[in-house]
Design a protein around this ligand. Structure first.
Ligand code: FAD
Length: 427
């Protein structure tokens, strides 16, 4: 019998990690990594941060060295799109006409930016940020622009806005919700971030949306908000969230519900097809076992490791504390866990006035998430505490004399037992 073939659709963070993890774990079959972008797999986080100022060298963007793929016998097909899945014959068609047979297919196709369904959205100067080509374009435009309007006060919008303020642009963020980063952040941290951004020169307009973009000679020149105000703009960044790339899966009859639906082993309902990364809706212990779709580097690297482990015969249900970071000017935000928006009790650790503090979010007395600003030690401890489970009281969290690291060390012996229990309760 010939060695099995794993075809991976999508050569981003999750696709390339799947290929690398398969090799690390001793998979000896054929690995084909198909990506529709012209570049080898690269990191997206710097695109909204150092890449825009030139602080992040282009060569540091690549996830692996140029020789990595050949060295590990990973067939990397770039500028090639998987256009159809033929489940009956276990093969995929590429847009260029080639056909690839698979024993296992991994969908790591990521997400695309939501667009604005309003007049003027097609004007020159209205941009979104997801890939390297767009990041290069935005960097060039920032060098020439004077007035930037960012639509959406989420992570990517605020990172670009903070960079643009540093570059000397006049920047306005328009956010429909009544707080920044409303989908993920507690009110406490969001309110601090709002003040901090304003103090650094960013104008933020909450509770309003964009009604229209107007232009001169095809180029954007102003943004009109739903409450009737007008802001000059020679550049508009639309950062209103992402939509998972599910069309390929949907066309193949796979279940889709805000992402490609997988079980805790990252398997779709077709046992020959799995999905990982931004495109995936997966049950998560930290969301009470409900399915969630996460957009983070951690998720896009952890899920492939669990999947590769299953594909080499060591199945383990996906179980990893979600975490995320966002650098907005000198504000280094790190989040561990989920549901900062749904907690019944929040506890501050550290003094917000110092610019270094954490928000510990509890629900029914149980720690659910920790948001840390410029306090990496709290973040690292939080990831371990959340892995261990219910072992920190709100009083301990708020007491800066209480040694979190020592507390983690004392409880670590129970770590595995608790994780196993979490896995059992889901089945
Ligand atoms: P992607 O990295 O998006 O890769 C999917 C790839 O599949 C893409 O190259 C896509 O073009 C390709 N593709 C799609 N369809 C097909 C097809 N049919 N055939 C072939 N190829 C296909 N996360 C953090 O944790 N911290 C951060 O600070 C942070 N900053 C970010 C900044 C930006 C600007 C962006 C865009 C994201 C950021 N993220 C951050 C999120 C993180 O980068 C993503 O969660 C991660 O890249 C997801 O990996 P993925 O492989 O699932 O998707």
């Amino acid at each position: 019998m010939s060695a099995p073939t794993v075809v991976i659709a999508g050569a981003g963070q999750a696709g390339s990690q799947t290929a690398a993890s398969l090799r690390e774990m001793g998979f000896e079959g054929r690995v084909v990594l198909v990506g529709d972008e012209p570049h080898p797999p690269y990191q997206r986080p710097p695109l909204s941060k150092g890449h825009l100022t030139g602080a992040a060298a282009r060569d540091n963007l690549w996830l692996h060295s140029p020789t990595f793929y050949e060295h590990h016998d990973i067939e990397l097909l770039l500028s090639e799109q998987v256009s159809r899945i033929d489940r009956a014959n276990t093969r995929v068609e590429l847009a260029g006409g080639a056909i690839l047979d698979y024993d296992h297919l991994v969908l790591a196709v990521g997400a695309h930016n939501r667009t604005l369904p309003i007049p003027g959205a097609e004007l020159d100067g209205v941009v979104g940020l997801r890939n390297l080509v767009e990041a290069d374009d935005i960097r060039d435009r920032l060098a020439r622009a004077r007035h930037l309007v960012v639509v959406g006060g989420g992570f990517i919008g605020l990172e670009v806005a903070a960079t643009a303020v540093r570059l000397g642009l006049d920047v306005v963020v328009v956010e429909i919700a009544d707080q920044l980063m409303a989908r993920v952040l507690s009110r406490h941290m969001a309110s601090f971030m709002l003040d901090a951004h304003r103090a650094r020169g960013l104008r933020v307009e909450l509770g309003t949306s964009v009604a229209a973009l107007t232009g001169t000679a095809g180029r954007v020149s102003a943004v009109t908000t739903t409450d009737g105000r007008e802001f000059p703009a020679d550049m508009v960044l639309v950062g209103v969230g992402a939509v998972p790339n599910t069309q390929l899966a949907e066309d193949a009859g796979l279940r889709v519900d805000n992402g490609i639906v997988v079980d805790e082993y990252l398997a779709t309902q077709d046992d020959r097809i799995s999905a990982v990364g931004d495109c995936t809706s997966c049950p998560n212990r930290f969301a009470d076992g409900h399915r969630v779709r996460l957009e983070s580097v951690h998720n896009a690297t952890a899920q492939p490791r669990f999947l590769a482990s299953r594909l080499v015969g060591r199945p383990e249900p996906y179980d990893s504390v979600p975490w995320f970071w966002s650098d907005q000017a000198d504000l280094k935000l790190q989040i561990a866990g989920l549901s900062g928006t749904q907690s019944s009790q929040v506890v501050l650790r550290g003094d917000p006035d110092s610019g270094r503090f954490s928000v510990f979010c509890f629900h029914d007395g149980v720690l659910r998430s920790v948001e840390s600003l410029n306090r990496p030690g709290d973040h690292m401890a939080a990831r371990k505490l959340l892995t261990i489970g219910d072992c920190l009281t709100p009083e301990q969290a708020g007491d800066t004399d209480f040694d979190l690291r020592a507390h983690v060390a004392a409880h670590s012996a129970n770590d595995l037992a608790v994780v196993d229990l979490g896995a059992r309760t889901r089945s």
